[in-house]
Design a protein around this ligand. Structure first.
Ligand code: ZN
Length: 148
């Protein structure tokens, strides 16, 4: 478990410093803005869906290290996935950080299980979930997502 924690720290710091898929898609089919009032995290998500698949996705905004790292890893994880697969991952991720999903059971999260430790930090759960909540809103055609 100590190794997992260390890996988690490294990944969060690294993705916070150099977020992947950072920016804005000019030609997007879906978009949403996310806001976590508890922490002040702000996120703008743009994506392009083609034939039911997320062909491209980017985010911008400002947030804490957990929020930015989660957005960076989320965009990388859902790119190329179908919208159904991405929605299922969003459900699983939320369950994971709430301690409701056992990573030993079958899931689609891959290395995102790194975020499991967030369940012991209740004030950070919304930071980690915000990018996924924003993704869900964008897929549903809602312009705004809030963790409230
Ligand atoms: Zn935050």
């Amino acid at each position: 478990m100590a190794d997992m924690r260390e890996l988690y720290q490294q990944v969060i710091l690294e993705h916070n410093k150099k977020p992947r898929n950072f920016g804005k898609l000019e030609a997007c089919t879906h978009h949403a803005d996310g806001h976590n009032p508890l922490c002040g995290d702000q996120l703008q998500l743009t994506m392009q869906v083609q034939d039911g698949r997320i062909a491209d996705i980017k985010f911008e905004g400002s947030g804490c290290a957990i929020d930015v790292a989660s957005a960076s890893l989320m965009t990388g994880a859902v790119k190329g996935k179908t919208t159904d697969e991405a929605s299922r991952m969003a459900d699983q991720f939320r369950a994971l950080v709430r301690g409701e999903l056992d990573p030993a059971q079958p899931h689609d999260l891959g290395k995102l299980t790194l975020f499991e430790g967030v369940k012991d930090l209740p004030s950070r759960v919304k930071c980690a979930v915000l990018p996924w909540a924003t993704l869900r809103s964008a897929l549903k055609g809602e312009a705004e997502a809030s963790t409230e």
